[in-house]
Design a protein around this ligand. Sequence first.
Ligand code: AMP
Ligand code: GLY
Length: 427
Amino acid sequence: MKVLVIGSGGREHALCWGIAKSPDLEKLYCAPGNGGIAAVADCVDLDASHHGEIIEFCRDNDIGLVVVGPEVPLVEGLADALVAAGIDTFGPSAAAARLEGSKSFTKELCAAHNIPTAAFGRFSDAASAKVYVETQGAPIVVKADGLAAGKGVIVAQTIAEAQAAIDDCFSGAFGDAGAEVVIEEMLVGEEASFFALSDGKTVRPLATAQDHKRVGDGDTGPNTGGMGAYSPAPVMSDSLCARTMTEIIEPTVAALAAAGTPYKGVLFAGLMITAKGPELIEYNVRFGDPECQVLVMRLKSDLLGMLAATARGTLASCPIEWDEAPALTVVMANRGYPGSYKKGSVIGNLEEAGDEPGVHIFHAGTACQKDTIVAIGGRVLNVTAKGDSVSAARSKAYDAAAKLDWPRGFCRSDIGWRAVQREQDTA
Ligand code: AMP
Ligand code: GLY
């Protein structure tokens, strides 16, 4: 099979690396790819928002499966266009991608199907949103309705902070995403990520993970796309996983099928494990980045087979097996991230740093220039390792990171702290 992966992050490098191991792969392309992906795939300069261009490339190159990494092309209907052109595609339709593209869509779906989630109100003007905040009190969560690249959520500790967030949303701080706001009860508990695959009819659990969104040690500082992750999430016992499937994932997939917009792809539920059990914070319609990197490290089955079965409606018979050993990834970011940063610094010693059994360095914001790898993005490398415990995986990942020669790079020093503490407490 010839395969095209869409995207350019660490997630797409992990997907390409996993797909490249498949005995069924004939040829792998990635658009646009990055400096690390170029080692396993042909990077092609295509624009995911030009659906006609992607379809033409697929026809010219006999592509049997397109795997869409990020959410934006899915919300914009890339999967619809490809499927209409007869090209098998991993990733949901635009209608099903509203699970991520519109917070109010998801909240209404939860309300209609009794899916546990925070109590909420939806508002299209600031005055009524502020009245609601006053009646509910703080702390309270204010969210821009649409896609805001992970920045449209404010957990407000006071009513004044919530009101300022409402004003920000309606004054265009999040662009079109803030034309409507969702205001939610603040859920209290431990967060975890749950991944499932759905081919529209069959839905199967994949694995769990936890990430670190804040830029600084001790989960402090501004939010980022994620500074590290590990899998599995120790908080997700078998019974919590089973409840997540029956109380959250299965009713969601059934509701979308009943509405005539079946869900095909990976469903990534951001959960809060509250005193009542798992509650849905949000859905994403794609793999997490960097969660995908740790999932792929633990996967024993054929990734390409799983993605193709999801796209083709044959998920029920597809093997999905995991290595019990945990995996952990440390994000190396460009100094300044998540604010502004310099592009073009050279990263040295990459091969030596990644040359350990059970270690792999996935590239995110890198480019290959005349045989050297340079940093061109905010999150640049994902130093990923597998070990007998989270603590062991973490030591391996940090040992590998220490071998990199990249003075402009930085990472958090405490990725996995919660899981490591659990391991120490139970030792
Ligand atoms: P999101 O961008 O939707 O992933 O939200 C970012 C973060 O905000 C989540 O990972 C949670 O830490 C937090 N958050 C969002 N909604 C809630 C909620 N209802 N209660 C508590 N925390 C929340
Ligand atoms: N790491 C969080 C996300 O991919 O949304």
